[in-house]
Ligand binder design. Structure first.
Ligand SMILES: Nc1ncnc2c1ncn2[C@@H]1O[C@H](COP(=O)(O)OP(=O)(O)OP(=O)(O)O)[C@@H](O)[C@H]1O
Ligand SMILES: [Mg+2]
Length: 282
């Protein structure tokens, strides 16, 4: 049985000199197993801060975060490390691959850390990397890979230990359009197949075609949640033009989530079909 994720009135404040920056402002969310969501919003709206708190890498200033009934926001560093290792997988833009381990070893490292390094695990690593288009690169070092290939290794590494929750910050930022579609589609399959929760931060609204809900942040607040399929497809630019891949659509895995609002096309938001990349940070 996989876990539900809940954030309750989560606030993150940063203090710089005399100033207080409220990066995340009273965000309450509930995500269920089998849901893949996109977290979108303008630069500085609090997406990375939100993701880092959910990953247990950053403590909320106020509020609570639960995964499967366990309160992440109350854990000690030691508890968090063990919890992350078991339950959470993440990919950030700086993909943190170990430079002296090859592709396969980088992915298997997560199994070693969890005491689950066995024949089955090794086979799963190869299968996962092959599905992500890296079957021919298993024995290459990270320095011998392109940016997009490294990012795909990081995605494989985030999934190999069978986490309940998978987080990705701009997973397609260094991929070209066709590859980005393929990677997010595979990512969505790997989330849906195993009934995980997946959260993807993206500036490229076209990638929303593969998600079940779109969560939009604005100035640290939760602006809207879109779960209506037609609205998501319109946001992803699927009713319009050019780069339409041949892929199928993913069904709603469990039909959860009511529509709580609509994304306002108010100039802060990326126009569908025109990705805006920006550096992300933790
Ligand atoms: N370590 C920090 N110290 C101080 N302020 C920070 C820190 N990290 C983020 N901020 C500020 O908090 C706000 C939210 O930042 P965050 O990185 O979460 O936004 P984001 O939505 O991920 O942006 P982007 O799309 O550019 O990656 C911004 O105003 C940012 O300047
Ligand atoms: Mg960011």
């Amino acid at each position: 049985m996989k876990s539900t994720l809940a954030t309750k009135n989560v606030v993150k404040e940063y203090h710089v000199d005399e100033a207080t920056i409220t990066a995340v402002d009273d965000v309450s969310l509930e995500l269920h197993p089998g849901e893949f969501v996109a977290l979108v919003g303008p630069s500085g709206s609090g997406k990375t801060s939100m993701l880092a708190m959910i990953a247990g890498l950053l403590s909320p200033t106020r509020g609570q975060i639960f995964l499967g009934g366990e309160e992440i926001s109350q854990m000690s560093e030691a508890q968090l490390t063990a919890f992350r290792r078991r339950k959470i997988g993440f990919t950030f833009q700086s993909n943190n691959l170990v430079p002296f381990l090859n592709v396969q070893e980088n992915v298997e490292l997560m199994l070693r850390l969890n005491g689950r390094y066995d024949k089955q695990g090794r086979e799963r690593a190869i299968e996962l990397l092959t599905r992500l288009g890296l079957g021919e690169r298993l024995h290459n070092l990270p320095s011998q890979l392109s940016g997009g290939q490294k990012q795909r290794v990081a995605i494989a590494r985030s999934l190999i230990h069978d986490p309940d929750l998978v987080l990705a910050d701009e997973p397609t930022a260094s991929l070209d359009t066709t590859l980005a579609y393929q990677v997010v589609e595979t990512f969505a399959e790997l989330i849906h197949e195993q009934n995980r929760i997946g959260i993807m931060v993206t500036h490229d609204l076209r990638m929303c075609r593969y998600v079940d809900r779109v969560i939009q942040m604005m100035d640290g607040k939760l602006e809207s949640i879109i779960s209506d399929r037609q609205e998501i497809e319109a946001l992803a630019g699927m009713d319009s033009h050019a780069h339409t891949p041949t892929s199928h659509q993913h069904p709603h895995p469990n039909g959860t989530g009511a529509v709580r609002g609509k994304v306002k096309q108010n100039g802060h938001i990326t126009i569908p079909g025109a990705p805006v990349m920006s550096p992300t940070m933790i």
